[in-house]
Every structure is written in structure tokens, then in C-alpha cells.
Design a protein around this ligand. Sequence first.
Ligand code: FES
Ligand SMILES: [Fe+2]
Length: 347
Amino acid sequence: MIPNMWYAVLESNEVKPGKPYGFKRMNEELVFWRDNEGKIVVMRDLCPHRQAKLSLGKVVDGNIQCHFHGFQFDRKGTCQLVPANGRNGPKPKIFQCWTYPVQEAHDFIWIWSGEPREEYPPIPFFEGLENHIYATFQKQWNTHYTRAVQGVLDVSHLPFVHAKTIGRDGKTLVNGPYTTLEDNQIQVWVSNQPDVGLPAIKPTEVPPPNTPAALRFKYPNVWQLWINDQLSQVAVFAPIDDENTMLYVRNYQRLIKNPILGRLFAQVGNIYNRYVLHEDEEIIVSQRPKKADLDVGERFIPGDRPIALYLKHRRDLILAAQQAETATEDAAEDVQHERFDAVPQAA
Ligand code: FES
Ligand SMILES: [Fe+2]
């Protein structure tokens, strides 16, 4: 995981009020539930008493209640009741659940992959979809989410993997692609063409386009295929663990404004999208190692620029977060030393 980022991990409607739900995400067993106000809570799915799964319990009076001995914890993970100690008995502080910073936006649940802080950056989502109607499907892939992200930034696979669907026009020659990286967003302008014997134009030689980018990716795990102002697809690659990813694919449209018909229209589009995604799945889950990274043996062509850029910036973000952490630790150590130095020494 890239530290200190908002990861979309579930759709909002996967966590209904009134009971806890256990999901594996971000390499960890987690429990999701809603308090009395409907606010989402995420905790490690582990009771601090004797380590049973909290997701087997209930939501009672806005707290989560463990099924084993009935301990109750509030949304901050603080123990509010130890039944065996009596209603007014002690609730020792050691019974503290591990909670995560969490937000809900755009009908997704987002987990912060770092320490809690005062202020957070905005949720990384795409603008201009507020008045669209969407339909989602989900599919689990047996690979690390980095492979799935690479797959949707790959502009040279279409005539092969999708020879019968979106790549049937046989545009094997990859000009560019013109690719930008700004504010943790990669944008790719695709300009493939049939091979008529001309050399491919290098990414550095493609003139800057004056149209919106077709492919957009926001770190850490959200992607958009922009077709036009009326039609878009959005995919979230929710990390389950090192070998599994849950894909949420949404078809957004605003051609049909009636909510029921509009949703139906989006759902029908997803039948095709699901088929196309299945074509990707077969080949992408075959890639080894399952987790993509720089220097795991992949070799790139100019047309792979978006993929290489994705990996490089991912690495940069991880390194920057690690350096920031070391700097904080060093600063904390300095403070310790200063305190120590300030202690009057015995003569
Ligand atoms: S294990 Fe949860 S209350 Fe005992
Ligand atoms: Fe594909």
C-alpha cells in the first residue's frame, strides 16, 4: 500500500446499518459498521479481549458488541461495557480496538492508509460525474491491484486481448501515447492506428492534444475511461491482499435522465463491459510476479509509458512517505535528547 492515501475499498451499499460486516481489504481482516448516525466505522476485525472476530457480533446502541463475551466498543474503539464486570464496573483502557480513519464519498468507502492526522487531502475522485446515473458490477481478480492498474493503462494490448471486442479495429501501432502526471493523476491520450508501414511516433514527439484525455488514473486506485461528457467508466481496484483485488466497475451515463431507465441503460452497458473485463482478467492474472513494480523483470516499449510512469510514481510516493516518517522519527529522537540533556546531572 502507498502510505498516507485514501483508498476506495468498498461500495457504500455493502455496509448496511444495524450489523457489522467483515471484509478483507488492505491485507487485513477488517470489520465495517455504522453508528447510530449512520456514520461508517472501520476496525481491525479482532476483539481486544480474546481476539474473536468482531464481525460475528452485533451493533447495539450505536456500539459494536462482540459475540463472545458481549464487550461493547464505540466508534473510536473505546470499550464501553464489560458485561462480566457489571454495567457500572470497570472498562479497562487496554480493551481498545484498532480503528482506521475512514470517509464515505461518491458512494464508496475510503480508508486512510496511514496514521490519523488533523487534516487530510481530498478524496481522489473524478469531477463532472455528479449528474450521471451509474450501475456497478464487481469482480474479484486473483492478482495484486498494481497489475490491474497496469492493465487499464496499457494501450497496446487492445488488438490482441480484445481482438473481438474493443480492439477489433486492429489499431496495432501505438503513437505516443501523450501522457501527463500532475497532482497524483496520470492522464493518457490514446492515438493508436492501423500499421500502414509508418514508424510509431515517440511519446516525446506527439504534439500536446487539445482534447480531454481518454484515460485518467488517480493514485492510489481509481481509474476513469472518459468517452464524452455523457458517458464514462470508472473502476476502483480495491486491494484485498498481495494476491487478490476486488474490482468495482461503474458505467456512468447522463443520456437518459429518468433514474430507473437510466440505471437500466447503464446496467445493459455493463453486460458488455463485464465481457471485455473478462478478456483482460485471463491474461492479467497470468502475469508474474503478481505484484507489479519497477525492477521485477518487465521490459518496456515506448507505448508502455503510462505503465512505467505509474510504477515510477508509485515508487516515488512510497519512498517520500518513508523519508517523511524517518524525518519525524529523527525529530522525535532529537526532542528526547534535548529533554535528556535538560535533566540536571548528578554531581
Ligand atoms: S473475545 Fe470479544 S468479548 Fe471476549
Ligand atoms: Fe483491456
